[in-house]
Write a protein that binds this ligand. Structure first.
Ligand SMILES: Nc1ncnc2c1ncn2[C@@H]1O[C@H](COP(=O)(O)OP(=O)(O)OP(=O)(O)O)[C@@H](O)[C@H]1O
Length: 606
């Protein structure tokens, strides 16, 4: 069958069967559309006649050449090269080669033949499946079945792998009644995975080199490499054991287009899975931070957001024991620096004279007592995160040095002659109001802006009452398991005591309290008497300001009570029993209140 190999510069060469009349040009009505600015809309024709083919130029602007010569009409035969614009057309009488290799590029020819609708619908289904970002395995399975159906092959396969490892995963579908156990030919693997070429085997039995195909009795096959970037990720393959010449160059072009879609799908699935794994890892990090209250949910979201910006300084504010360090650790662990060290330093716990050496390190003999060289926290945290707790307690001279280190991105150990570059993310925490400290000239404003690029506020436990029992429950289970005990929960009295306390020491105090209670508990439930006596006090009423005695608060209820009693008496037109009914209390209780609050103004109907 005579056919034409079409070679466009920088694109995949392909071949097409020659019809009786082939119109060539830029216009869509042509059988061979060449999108090339040197090609006229109706450029030339190739027409079959008895003894061969004739090329005719249709008055094109840039002309038609055969074997380099400009022509108006010319009889052409196998081996002739027709130049139209920048495109070279080669005429072949028979398919001399059984294997046609093609360079793979993004473009392929439009399939123009019967069955185009089914092909289009397969393309549509595949692209839709990819858009849906569903299960990749299901998508591949469906696509392979459709390839078998649409291209008329026997078996279709997606193999994942590369030239060095071979195929590490396979997905295969076969026509009904055929086995999907495909043994791939080495020639196919070398072409697709090794050289990244598409390959078509038109009649394997005519090529003695294709040993595996002979053995497996495969007659026709096609394969295209998968992978959009330079990295090959596998191949898409289809074969047939019943017929030679099952596939033509158009089929190969079509398979190439499908291969591009599958490659895109595989690459986005890979990115999607990596993103999911990262999100899961992040969730694991913030899971450590217990609490389901709205503020804690917001806090976890902030951590995830700020962690991603792996260089931004964060100031964590909150009362002592509220979880500031826990937040800082989560910020580190969820950040791209997670594999590098997290180095904490409590600025309040280090004597002022030692602070500089703690932060920046010192050389041997830098000062009295410096008997050996020491690396500072900055150097230890290189590539990772330095957590400066109680930053509000840092003395002014140390603040100046810290600012310089942050500005320059380098440190100078005490006694060292040279500075050294460090890549450190600094996270800070404080229970102090740094703006107040700035106003009092105890904290440098420029350092504050450097450290507090973003701020996270950890709320005190008393403001997230919802979390108290939840955290107590989780921590009690944790403590119990380390002590080899079983704790199922807290009695109602114990719960009331936990909720009644206002936790000035925050979660740290709650953790200590729970540990203590678990030690004391005899059964599976922690009771009120297992808790420390200071938690035994009755629960303050909601909204009761902290620090007031119960008696004081109770006294504050009197005006409200008086208003309600007067209102009820007025509506009941002075009838005590009726007023009592309105307030839902007994007549005697009402009478007492009327006497006390209204000076016995009510009518007594008795
Ligand atoms: N939301 C929480 N979930 C679970 N444990 C918590 C939570 N908040 C704090 N903790 C625990 O409470 C203890 C104190 O927390 P952390 O040291 O982070 O507080 P802090 O605010 O940094 O305290 P300080 O200011 O005194 O250094 C730690 O054991 C920590 O694990």
């Amino acid at each position: 069958m005579p056919h034409l190999v079409v070679r466009k510069p920088g694109q995949m060469a392909y071949s097409m069967p020659l019809p009786d009349v082939l119109r060539i040009g830029r216009h869509e009505q042509n059988e061979l559309i060449l999108d090339d600015n040197q090609v006229s809309r109706q450029h030339a024709t190739i027409t079959r006649f008895e003894r061969g083919f004739e090329v005719r130029d249709l008055g094109s602007r840039h002309g038609t050449r055969v074997n380099g010569e400009p022509v108006t009409t010319r009889v052409v035969e196998a081996g002739d090269r027709i130049q139209i614009g920048n495109v070279l057309l080669e005429l072949h009488e028979e398919d001399e080669r059984t294997i046609v290799h093609h360079q793979v590029t993004a473009a392929g020819p439009p399939p123009r033949e019967a069955g185009a609708d089914r092909r289009l619908s397969l393309l549509f289904d595949v692209s839709r499946a990819i858009g849906a970002m569903g299960d990749t395995e299901v998508m591949l399975g469906e696509m392979l079945s459709a390839i078998v159906d649409v291209l008329g092959g026997e078996r279709a396969l997606v193999g994942l792998g590369d030239a060095s490892r071979g195929l590490v995963r396979r997905f295969c579908r076969a026509r009904r009644g055929s086995s999907p156990d495909v043994v791939l030919s080495r020639a196919v693997l070398e072409a697709t995975l090794g050289r990244r070429e598409a390959v078509i085997v038109r009649d394997a039995q005519r090529d003695a080199r294709l040993e595996t195909m002979h053995r497996e009795r495969i007659l026709s096959a096609m394969a295209v490499p998968l992978g959009l970037s330079a990295r090959p990720v596998g191949l898409l393959y289809v074969d047939d054991r019943q017929a030679a010449e099952r596939f033509g160059p158009d089929d190969l072009a079509y398979l190439t287009a499908l291969g591009h879609l599958v490659s895109a799908a595989l690459e986005s699935a890979e990115r999607y899975q990596a993103a999911e794994a990262r999100a899961e890892a992040l969730a694991g990090v913030t899971d450590e931070i217990l609490g389901k209250s709205e503020v804690m949910t917001r806090l976890r979201a902030q951590i995830t957001k700020y962690a991603a910006a792996g260089h931004v300084s964060v100031l964590v504010r909150g009362e002592s024991g509220s979880g500031k360090e826990l937040v800082a650790r989560a910020l580190h662990e969820a950040s791209p620096r997670a594999a590098r060290p997290f180095v904490p330093l409590n600025c309040a716990a280090i004597p002022e004279t030692m602070l500089e050496s703690e932060l920046f390190g010192h050389e041997k003999g830098a000062f009295t007592g410096a008997v050996a060289k020491k690396r500072g926290k900055f150097a230890l945290a290189d590539g990772g995160t330095l957590f400066l707790d109680e930053i509000g307690d840092l003395a002014l001279p140390a603040q100046a040095k810290l600012l310089r280190a942050l500005q320059e991105g380098e440190i100078q150990p005490l006694g060292a002659e040279r500075t050294q570059k460090v890549d450190v993310r600094v996270l800070c925490a404080t229970h102090k109001d740094l703006r107040h400290e700035i106003a009092e000239k105890r904290f440098r404003e420029d350092l504050y802006y450097r450290l507090a690029v973003v701020e996270i506020e950890v709320p005190p436990l008393r403001e997230r009452e919802k979390d108290v029992l939840l955290i107590a429950m989780a921590l009690s289970r944790r403590s119990a398991s380390t002590m080899g005990k079983r704790i199922e929960g807290f009695t109602e009295a114990a719960q009331a005591a936990l909720l009644g306390h206002d936790w000035p020491g925050n979660v740290r105090e709650l953790r200590n309290e729970v540990e203590r209670a678990v030690i004391h508990a005899d059964g599976p439930l922690v009771d009120a008497h297992d808790l420390s006596p200071r938690l035994g006090a009755a629960r303050p009423r909601p909204g009761q300001p902290r620090g007031k005695s119960l008696a004081e608060s109770f006294a504050e209820l009197e005006p409200t009570e008086k208003n309600l009693v007067e209102e009820a008496m007025s509506r009941a037109k002075g009838n005590v029993s009726e007023a009592a009914r309105l307030l839902g209390i007994t007549r005697i209780m009402m009478k007492r209140r009327v006497d006390r609050l209204m000076g016995g103004a009510g009518k007594d109907e008795d």
